[in-house]
Ligand binder design. Structure first.
Ligand SMILES: Cc1cc2nc3c(=O)[nH]c(=O)nc-3n(C[C@H](O)[C@H](O)[C@H](O)COP(=O)(O)O)c2cc1C
Length: 470
């Protein structure tokens, strides 16, 4: 499939930690990720990305620690493999204050808090960023997280998605079903800040959650944040194609990526949504320089600081299997675990040795690696978009912030000169920038059912209160 005019979407992919995907590079003399706990590190990054016209900063997060490899956290601590890692929501107001257009896709694991607190926090951020918030919906895959919050083990994989379904339904009720658009009138003369007739109590009596009452936050620009998801098991795909507006996939082979894309588009259509209602982002790593030769030299230099074993430790937790027990030339047996099904399934389909994984984790990890001059990388990215049908990329960092700066200086102008990347931002919210159809979710989306501002589904707050006190 070739679409010569399709503009490529682009997010930076990062995490509020030192070692994110490309482990070991924190030891590179020019890498600044050890400054991850300084606000200026993030506000500078936000300004850099906005200068480069990135659509968003996609911030990964985990609840828990990587303790599967060697049955402990020794290497995780030494190499700072997503430990320490801090709460990503806390970064966003500051980054929003120094930018106007950059979107923020924030990962939050829904398993460990009530939808009410979560919906309130995200609606508040959407207000402060003037509609630039996205939520990467994750359900968790680490036993260590369960122990940290006093549970005995991870809930069954599919049960986590059952809970996620209900979490979203209740969140939609808060965001879409409690306040009408014209509820807040700020009328000083008549002393009416909010019209009580326009605010409705929601009701929810479910399997996992109970809630009754009025949402505490007035409608933000987008109401529901832009919904991202990265599950790719059969159950995960069903969930993503029902709710998500953007899905994030991994994959190193164009044929397989294309199949994944076709499957996502088909499932989306089966859910009664338009195939183009979901944007598909592929994770990638790029090493670029002024010439091909210089890019190869840079790759060598970066790889001399990388630590593939740290990549293995990360991977062990992703699949829930301790990979330290195998020799380099041993093929990794498939074991059914409760972790990331789609990543683990690779061991069913292919013979992969520890050495294969180590080679892969020198740089890039689960994401394809592109090396070359700006024009070479741009050509490869365009070809991948046109042959697979993806919509854009989540770009990992290597040496921070150098790798983002290199991409902006060398690759983006080449994409622009080929007409495949914007030369200015669209107006409006993050949702409008991505889809060009306004700030709110479309009427085809399941959230529509819970809207009080198109059809009233609950009583005005005052009537409800009267009933309770009668
Ligand atoms: C590309 C990709 C990125 C992901 N990023 C995160 C993340 O930042 N935090 C997290 O807790 N889970 C993350 N996950 C895990 C998924 O959100 C999901 O919980 C997991 O894949 C289990 O669902 P599945 O078995 O349906 O794939 C990611 C998965 C993929 C494939």
């Amino acid at each position: 499939m070739t679409n010569t005019s399709k503009k490529i979407l682009l997010n930076a992919f990062d995490m509020y930690c030192v070692g994110h995907i490309n482990h070991g590079l924190w030891t590179h003399p020019r890498d600044e990720s050890h400054r991850f706990n300084e606000l200026s590190y993030w506000t500078d990054l936000a300004k850099t990305l906005e200068n480069g016209l990135f659509d968003g900063l996609f911030i990964a997060d985990i609840t828990g620690v990587y303790d599967v490899y060697q049955n402990g956290i020794g290497l995780t601590l030494k190499e700072s493999i997503q430990l320490p890692s801090h709460d990503p929501s806390t970064l966003v107001s500051a980054m929003a204050a120094v930018t106007e257009n950059l979107g923020f896709g924030i990962t939050v694991n829904l398993s460990y808090e009530h939808p009410y607190q979560f919906a309130r926090r995200f609606a508040s951020l959407d207000h402060l960023s003037n509609g630039r918030i996205g939520w990467n919906i994750v359900t968790g895959y680490l036993d260590s997280a369960e122990r940290l919050i006093g549970q005995t083990g991870l809930k069954d994989h599919d049960l986590r998605y059952d809970q996620a379904e209900e979490f979203l339904e209740l969140s939609y009720k808060f965001w879409e079903g409690s306040w009408e658009n014209d509820a807040v009138i700020k009328d000083k003369v008549n002393r009416i800040f909010t019209n009580p007739a326009k605010v409705h109590a929601i009701q929810h009596h479910g399997r996992f959650y109970q809630s009754q009452g009025v949402f505490q936050v007035s409608p933000s620009r987008q109401r529901t944040p832009v919904l991202f998801q990265a599950g790719s098991s059969p159950r995960g795909l069903g969930f993503a194609t029902k709710h998500a507006e953007a899905v994030f996939i991994g994959g190193d082979n164009p044929e397989k990526i294309k199949k994944q894309v076709e499957q996502i588009r088909e499932l989306t259509a089966q859910q009664g949504r338009k195939a183009e209602d979901i944007k598909i982002f592929l994770g990638i790593t790029v090493v670029t320089a002024e010439t091909h030769k210089l890019a190869l030299e840079k790759l060598d230099e970066y790889q001399s600081y990388a630590n593939p074993e740290a990549g293995l430790a990360h991977f062990s937790s992703s699949i829930g299997q301790d990979l330290s027990i195998y020799q380099n030339d041993e093929a990794i047996p498939y074991q059914k675990t409760n972790s990331i099904v789609s990543v683990n399934n690779r061991f069913k389909e292919q013979k992969i040795t520890i050495q294969d994984l180590k080679n892969q984790h020198k740089l890039g990890g689960r994401y394809p690696l592109f090396i070359g001059s700006g024009s070479e990388v741009a050509e490869q990215l365009i070809q991948l978009v046109d042959t697979t049908g993806i919509d854009g990329f989540n770009l990992t960092r290597t040496v921070a912030p150098e790798s983002h700066q290199d991409f902006i200086r060398l690759v983006i102008p080449e994409l622009q000169s080929r007409g495949r990347f914007k030369t200015e931002y669209e107006k409006g919210s993050l949702r409008n920038k991505i889809f060009g159809k306004g700030d709110h979710l479309s009427t085809q989306h399941p959230a529509h059912e819970f809207r009080c501002y198109t059809q009233s589904k609950s009583q005005p707050a005052e009537q409800n209160l009267e009933k309770q006190t009668a």
